[in-house]
Design a protein around this ligand. Structure first.
Ligand code: PBG
Length: 340
């Protein structure tokens, strides 16, 4: 309430009396830390890893400066380091050789395939690390699509059968969670049932439930050489204009047996993350995707953004929106920034 008072018997000045002064809780770094509603910790992060055939290779991805595709022996070393700094989960992607690509995806369940060898070696080297694996046909598809193609169409049910075989082979190799990123209908239920039938009762499913057809996946497709050869992914990935569809997709995945659901990408979809979080009672993850990484890197390189601040603000906003877990190429940087 405003009031008046005499100062030195001469001047009249106006004084504010406020019931509540919100700035009190922002006054110092210590006070702010006491009342912070969201805090990031290393166990919030899932580190995506790109794996290459070969030995001792370490290839920078041109549209993801500072991020690499590594051969398995280098990846194992990296997983050890990530575990050492407190990260507890990795999400594996492999770059399949052109010779093994076809329209059946059969390399995806080759027991001696790069993914299967990677799972085994990583679990052997760092058994405590939670290993999650991408399940979709795009790295193995001559067409760069997530499913089997017939007459220019991405076939749903045939693809689900392939994804089931792929998931079983990842479980057999020792994956802790399979992560179907393909957006075919009914795949979570089919994968869950197959895991049950084959005795893999400890293998989890992290479902990419609300995955949008997004231009922000561009750099990832450079990393794995998996860009679609024709058309786009809009008949299976979601239209970014839609919100209720995301809820429908997510509730269906939970009902079919998903242990963790995911919203992807993250920053342009914070509203979806929040809404999903309010609607489900399983952990929610969000994927801060390759294009989101590239934007921050590019602006920082131009001197237009402070990279470290942009990383922490972005990841905090994703967690604040409702993500319990965040898959991010900044996992390692974020842990470093948080520890000082
Ligand atoms: C493959 C897959 C993609 C991503 C994760 N799994 C690309 C796509 O759907 O085209 C994107 C990850 C990223 O951009 O960081 N199904």
């Amino acid at each position: 309430m405003p009031g008046t008072t005499r100062v030195g018997g001469l001047k009249t000045i106006s004084i504010m009396y406020l019931q509540r002064r919100n700035r009190i809780l922002r006054a110092t770094p210590s006070v702010r830390s006491l009342v912070a509603e969201t805090t990031l910790t290393p166990v919030d992060f899932i580190a995506p890893l790109f794996i290459d055939e070969g030995e001792n290779s370490h290839t920078e991805i041109s549209s993801m400066p500072g991020y690499f595709r590594n051969s398995l022996n280098v990846t194992v070393k990296e997983v050890r380091e990530l575990y050492g700094i407190g990260i507890r989960s990795v999400l594996l992607f492999v770059k399949a050789a052109d010779e093994v690509k076809d329209n059946t995806g059969k390399e995806a369940w080759n027991p001696e395939g790069l993914m299967q060898r990677s799972i085994r070696e990583i679990k052997q080297a760092v058994p405590e690390m939670v290993v999650m694996t991408d399940v979709a046909l795009d790295p193995y598809s001559v067409y760069g699509h997530d499913g089997i193609v017939k007459d220019g169409e991405i076939m749903n049910d045939e693809t689900v059968e392939a994804l089931v075989q792929m998931s079983i082979s990842h479980a057999e190799a020792g994956a802790d969670f399979v992560a179907p990123s393909d957006m075919m209908d009914g795949r979570i239920g089919a994968i869950r049932e197959a895991l049950e039938h084959n005795g893999y009762t400890r293998t989890g499913i992290m479902a990419y439930s609300a995955k949008y057809a997004s231009c922000f996946y561009g750099p990832f497709r450079d990393a794995l050489d998996s860009a679609p050869g024709f058309g786009d992914k809009k008949t299976y990935q979601m239209d970014y204009a839609n919100r209720s569809e995301a809820i429908r997709e997510t509730l269906a995945d939970v009902e079919e047996g998903a242990d963790i659901v995911m919203v992807k990408p993250a920053m342009a979809y914070l509203d979806i993350i929040r809404e999903v979080k309010n609607r489900v009672d399983v952990p929610v993850s969000a994927y801060h995707v390759s294009g989101e990484y590239a934007m921050i890197k590019a602006a920082a390189r131009m001197g237009w953004l402070n990279e470290e601040k942009a990383i922490l603000e972005s990841l905090t906003s994703i967690k604040r929106a409702g993500a319990d877990l965040i898959a991010t190429y900044f996992a390692r940087d974020a842990v470093r920034l948080l520890s000082r």
